[in-house]
Ligand binder design. Sequence first.
Ligand code: LLP
Length: 431
Amino acid sequence: MLYENIGTTENGHLSFCNLDTVSLAKKYGTPLYLIDENGVRTRCETYKNAMNQYFGPGSFPIYASKALSFKGMYRITAEENIGADVSSGGELYTAIKAGFPPEKIFFHGNNKTEAEISMAMDFGIGFFICDNFWELENINEIAGKKGIRQKVLLRLTPGIDPHTLEAISTGKVDSKFGVAIETGQAEQFVKLALDLENIDLKGYHSHVGSQVFDGKSFVDAAEILLCFAEKIKETYGYTPEYLDLGGGMGVPYFDKDGRIDYVLEIKLIAEKLKAQCKKFNLSMPNIILEPGRSIVADNGITLYTVGGRKEIPGFKNYISIDGGMTDNPRYALYGAIYTVLLANRIKEKPNYVCTVAGRCCESGDLIQENVSLPRPERGDIIAVLTTGAYNYSMASNYNRVPRPPVVMIKDGVDYLAVKRESFEDLIRNDL
Ligand code: LLP
């Protein structure tokens, strides 16, 4: 199997973390998100230990919680002693309510509102990752009113193309995120940060994109940032304490997809960085990485029940499931590829080609096309693998479909982490 947490039971069912997925579907109903808590913890440790070993003790990962955000995830990452990247007031609020230590929170986003900035400061969060000039002035002003000096990293765009989907590529000069080095604006950004009284400039940030398999993109970005850091040191005498290289390490979604060895990648980036620092006569900054997808994606799967089969002679076969773009919009949005299996008949020949369709009033509501399965029957359970990242967090209530529950599995025991939304939940805010 493609992932360690996936297997087969004796009665021919798909297992996840050694539990029978068909029994879990029966117990909690479908659609259902399942998350492998041990797998999530192991990935946090992999990043933490490798970064500590290769970058040095002041370096650490912060979990990009946009990938999968609910209270339980913040509790787990807090216990794993890593930081959290939040990108909205909502993620921040959830983290705080889960008891996440505020000093380890890094606040992202290209348009933080004044209310969010103020709330984050009142919570006492560690760092703002500042996106632009206006925001910097805003943070300075609000910090001044509160009588604090706010720690800040500046988001810079290194001008890198990470060869991933356009929609999730962010490091190019033409990006809505950050301030470009190439245009000379980044230097002005730093100058402003150094001039502002209530800003405590701690370093630089860049994020080249998501689902990146080419480790060279990170090395290239780091090299550009270090080159920039050297120039700033020469001109303004400022040396960054932190260099945050963002998230983005890729995850395989199907058997022919690329693979990335996170430890090896960190080791290679560290070697290159150390050599660069030597060349530029800079002391090695503490490194921060912001993994999201690579913490959770392959630690999650989704289960659905088959409700309909439509065979259109000369065209194609449709299998309708009880979820769709409302719980996983990634095929509709990006044409994202997934591995789809028939969980209750896992050993049968997958010789029936079909399109797996969701239940929304939208032709584009598909989970995957040209999937090979044993010919599905009504009531069969469909499993979609690698749905831990950007599924629950991107779910919507389109067509007033309630969001599915999230069930976590720890040490072979399943427990409910997020309840299934009810129809009552859907009308809660309607007046
Ligand atoms: N840091 C920053 C500043 C980011 O913008 C992101 C992702 C991350 C870290 C985490 O990247 P990761 O390690 O998860 O690749 N909805 C899209 C992905 C959008 C990614 C947005 N930013 C998808 O479903 O593929």
